[in-house]
Design a protein around this ligand. Structure first.
Ligand code: ADP
Length: 585
């Protein structure tokens, strides 16, 4: 900024004053006469100069003031503008920070929150000392707080930190949060750290369940193969033992044989459980009220539970928790969970409680079994659904209970998981889908007519296991039933052209012509024999086998056979079908 007139200096003022004084002196007689006019003129000139100077100076001041005023006004306006822009930016930043569901905190070196958004405030308010300056670590467990401090120090030395840490969630349950620490630099210095924290508890749970599902699917395939392999030898041992038991025996021999038979049957039960775990789908479904299942299963155990001093509460939803399911499998799930809870509670001196809860929404029915037992240690929680994983002594645990529950839940399009803290009991959740598209299917077997005259029955046995055919033929022969054995469907068709049989017992899975193909050939070539067909299988719930049994409506016996039961079914089929027709050429 420039000014048109410079302000008067001290010298100028002295000069002007001297001229003025000289003029005054001359006017009042201090000067010699004659020079008076000249002096007066000088004086007038001085006055004129002073007046002119004063006038110009006054105008210059006015212009200066105006310019100054304008300048101040401009500066003030620009200051106000930038203040308002800053306020707007800050408001936007705050709105953005508060809109983020994750906790955002700006931390100083001591872990104190310099700034925090609303979710972070809610988090901090849940700490043991809300409102105090215990820092952002106040609401964390001691271990987690130590980790957070270490990570903060690393962030202040300039490294971005990403880690996960446990914390307590809003509902009081334990959760996991993913934390990011980003150093905030001012020049070369890290003056603050920006912390972002996100609750990843549900995500972690889903990941774990997926891993678990993949692991168990792989295990299921392996287990199913092994179970099939073991089942046939078990059926053979059981068959021969049952045949020999028909003889007159010394007591001692009878006991040994009975033990062989019992143990072979036990192998059969174990393989059936393994197959239940491994198979996926194909069971017989009906519309089941889960509350009914709970009441019935509880009735089975209630006496036993009361003798153990265990108090059971049934908290059942009034919302009709109906689903398409296999009722016996659901019952098995609940039974397994109840037995586990019971066994867990035995280690507790007091407070032995179990709560069985059902909950229903439009999409799912949930079954919960919560106990006040010792809980499950985190290091084994990932293994408890594995087949054969057990922490129980031999004879008490087989490690199959939960893997069966897992198989059944998965087979019903549902899932099972556990929530447990050591020392605080365990809660198992089974969530089952309420898929209304599933067609309900009849639960009962095709009814068999009562046996009539069944003397001189003949049986054709179709099975690729020679020893099993042999065991079966021997047993039946002892019971007055004659038979013949062949290895597959093609051989059976040939035999049927040669001879007539009252009953055909066919395995489902065989090398060569399978049970399904054999049935199809019977339907097309010898339809009159279809009613004489009886299937035998080691895994009646395998999807393809279950479908075949369902479609054919043929009676089915499961390996290892209970020979007495097998004989009963053979006689029923023979009686229902009547005398066989003449064999065709
Ligand atoms: P098993 O009961 O034969 O051991 P499971 O598959 O049913 O086999 O259970 C596997 C393991 O899971 C048990 O050995 C036990 O360690 C643990 N477990 C199951 N249920 C509970 C429970 N309610 N409380 C504590 N631990 C449990």
């Amino acid at each position: 900024m420039g000014l048109a007139v410079a302000p008067p200096t001290g010298k100028t003022l002295v000069l002007v004053a001297a001229i003025t004084l000289a003029a005054i002196a001359a006017t009042y007689g201090f000067a010699p006469h004659g020079r008076a006019v000249a002096v007066a003129t000088l004086a007038l000139a001085g006055v004129a100069i002073v007046a002119a100077w004063l006038g110009s100076s006054f105008r210059a001041d006015r212009r200066y003031a105006t310019l100054l005023e304008n300048e101040v006004a401009t500066q003030t306006r620009s200051l106000m503008d930038s203040l308002s822009a800053t306020a707007t930016a800050e408001r936007h930043l705050r709105l953005l920070m508060d809109a983020v569901p994750d906790a955002i905190v700006v931390l100083d070196r001591d872990g104190r929150a310099v700034d925090l958004n609303e979710p972070a405030k809610r988090l901090a308010a849940r700490g043991p000392n809300p409102g105090t300056d215990g820092g952002i670590f106040a609401f964390l467990d001691a271990d987690a707080a130590a980790t957070m401090r270490e990570r903060l120090a690393a962030a202040f030395s300039g490294d971005v930190q990403q880690f996960e840490t446990p914390y307590r969630r809003e509902d009081g349950s334990k959760g996991i949060t993913a934390v990011l620490y980003a150093p905030v630099r001012e020049g070369a210095q890290v003056t603050r750290v920006l912390a972002l924290a996100r609750d990843i508890t549900d995500q972690k749970r889903t990941e774990q369940q997926l891993q678990q599902a993949e692991k168990l699917t792989a295990m299921g395939q392996l287990v199913s193969g092994v179970a099939h392999e073991i089942n046939n030898p078990a059926a053979i041992i059981s068959g021969f033992a049952q045949t020999l038991l028909l003889d007159e025996l010394k007591t001692e021999h009878r006991e040994v044989l009975q033990t062989i038979y019992d143990e072979a049957s036990r192998i059969g039960r174990i393989t059936a459980n393994l197959l239940a775990f491994a198979r996926a789908g194909g069971t017989r479904r009906t519309l089941v009220d889960v509350n009914d299942i709970v009441r019935r299963t509880f009735a089975l155990r209630s006496y036993h539970l009361s003798t153990l001093n265990i108090a059971v509460t049934l908290d059942l939803t009034p919302l009709e928790p109906k689903i398409w399911a296999d009722p016996s499998e659901l019952q098995q799930v609940l039974l397994n969970l109840l037995i586990n809870a019971e066994q867990a509670l035995l280690s507790m001196e007091t407070s032995r409680t179990i709560v069985v809860r059902t909950r229903a929404t439009e999409d799912e029915v949930r079954l919960e079994v919560a106990d006040s037992g010792p809980g499950i240690a985190p290091e084994i929680r990932g293994k408890i659904f594995d087949p054969f994983f057990t922490t129980k002594p031999e004879g008490v645990g087989t490690g199959l209970g939960l893997s069966i529950c897992y198989g059944v839940a998965r087979e019903h399009g549902g899932r099972i998981w556990v929530d447990s803290q050591p020392g605080q009991g365990a809660t198992f959740y089974v969530s089952l889908s309420r898929d209304p598209r599933r067609e309900g299917r009849a639960e009962s077997e095709a009814p068999l007519a009562a046996p009539t005259a069944t003397e001189g029955i003949t049986v054709l046995i179709v099975d690729d296991e020679t020893a099993l055919r042999d065991a079966l033929l021997r047993f039946l022969a002892r019971r007055g039933i004659q038979g013949e054995g062949v290895t597959d469907g093609a051989a059976a068709l040939r035999a049927l052209r040669q001879r007539q049989f009252d009953v055909i017992i066919s395995d489902v899975r065989m090398p060569g012509m399978s049970g399904r193909e054999f049935l199809e050939r019977l339907r097309s070539d010898r339809p009159e024999l279809v009613a004489r067909l009886l299937f035998s299988t080691g895994d009646r719930h395998a999807p393809d086998t279950a479908a075949l049994i369902e479609q054919s409506g043929a009676p089915t016996v499961t390996k290892p056979f209970d020979f007495a039961e097998l004989e009963r079914v053979v006689r029923q089929v023979a009686a229902a079908a009547g005398r066989p027709p003449r064999a065709s050429a």
